[in-house]
Design a protein around this ligand. Sequence first.
Ligand code: ATP
Length: 575
Amino acid sequence: MNDLAILSKAMIQERKDIVIAILGGFIAGIAGVFLFSTSGYLISQTVFMPPLYTLIVLTSLVKMLGLLRAGSRYGERLYSHRATFSMLSRLRTTFFAKLIPLTPGVLNKKRSGDLLAQIVGDVESLQFYFLRVAYPPVIVVMVFLATILFTSVFSIWIAALFVLGMIVVAFVVPAIVLIGQRKIVGHVRGQRAALSTEFTEVLYGFRELKVYGQLKQREQQLQNISADLAAGQRREAGHLLLGQSLHTFVTFLISWGVLVLGASLIMKGQLAGVFLAMLVMASLTVFEEAAAMATLPAYKQDSEHAANRLTETVQAAKEESSPSGGLLSVQQGVSVKLSDIAFQYEGEWRPALKNISLELPPGSKTAIVGPSGSGKSTIVDLLLGLRKPTEGEIRINDVLLEDLNETSIWAAANVVLQHNHFFRGTLRENLLLQGEDYSDEVLTETLGKAGLPNKSLSDLVYENGENLSDGEKQRLAIARVMLRKGKLWILDEPTSSLDYVTEQRVLGHIYEQAAEDTLLLICHRLIGLDQMDQIVVVDQGRIVERGSYSELMEQQGYFYEMKGIERQMVGEDRA
Ligand SMILES: Nc1ncnc2c1ncn2[C@@H]1O[C@H](COP(=O)(O)OP(=O)(O)OP(=O)(O)O)[C@@H](O)[C@H]1O
């Protein structure tokens, strides 16, 4: 299906405003043609000293047509813009409603800077579809046909000249504009995407770039891309201007043609001289009405690209997720089973995970340990449905993960990821993200358990938690997760930035709260793992060892060796 079909559907919903806008545009167009034709006729008539009442009637008609033109043009603009903005707001809401549940899938494929700039730009581009592409040709054709009919009463030859002019301005000029436009617009779009990506990188990487002395160089790069974009936009505007100039040139040619043809018809006695000025004025006005046709292809192309990209974004994400499906209950215990899982990142030559089989019975406590880059966080992504395994299957409570509603998985899981996002606002607002109703006492007690006893609920959190230390961010994320009611805990290095004493205290509170729940802890440090039912050791994407703490220590294998190294590093008494 054509992607512009979404727009056509939105237009049907605004049909009342659209019909009024088209009617207004037609009346304004035709009133303009008659206004100038009557003026031309009035000037010619005065030469023949007509009776006063003729002049009074003609001048009143000119005034009335002027008023009618202004009034109907106002109505056209009002209703066409009202329809456009209603359509845009409807498109925005439907698009964002579709996008929000699919966001993780989309973000796996695109960089956030690209995506934001693209979505905002594309939705904005769509506003031109109706205003500059869909309805102007309808009005232009209607006004032209009425004018041709009117001129044919005076001369069939002049009417034929109008038809020829209409074909040139409606098809030939737009086709010429389109040919040049194709190359320029694609180029400008690429430059705009490059600028937004570069801008996001400089903005987010500001500190690192400054520390590594790269800021000046990247700023220069940003300026170069910006200058390229400006040059591209100038070329694009120049090309549009060329189209408009071409249109004006054709308009004058036709008017000259009317003048020459009219003069010859007068000489042959086939046209009364008093109508010549009227016909010339009619031609000037009707072609002015058609000026929108010169820029139409550019806007049409832009709208088509925007609609394509918007549909592609949603479609691509849809393929990766199942918004519908069975619901995972927040009430019952959760079992998780991974069977022969393999996973390979897009564009990577080696798999991040191979032959991963793992079972987490309801209420069990499992730790996954292993060196950095061994694939631990990838397992978490797979469990949360953020990525799909290349091979194998994951079952939660014996139901295939892809058959479960993703939102219900996230609702039933208490997750702390390595990087947690915080919003600008108070600590209280960041704790109550889902709008839950907890009293301040409960919130303060939770902050205490998470190791933030000295924080006040009304303390401000800056954008992205800029005013919090890494350890505070982790503790706030832990407090947030402690307020959730899920039965599956997935904790990806939740305490890596905490000191030993705070870590043990906070983990103690988590274990106490999760006593009956299924818990998966990913960690680097091997301290306190004797409380786990099973420890899974991962290396280079494979499970190399598994068992309880005592079993693994007895085996004296990989875990035992890691434990030995850790003992040497932190001291015998702690490890
Ligand atoms: N988005 C990605 N695209 C491509 N490769 C990735 C991506 N994310 C991770 N990887 C690669 O996959 C492998 C496993 O990464 P993962 O983050 O799961 O490891 P990890 O064990 O959690 O590491 P750490 O302990 O440092 O967090 C690594 O080799 C990493 O380079």
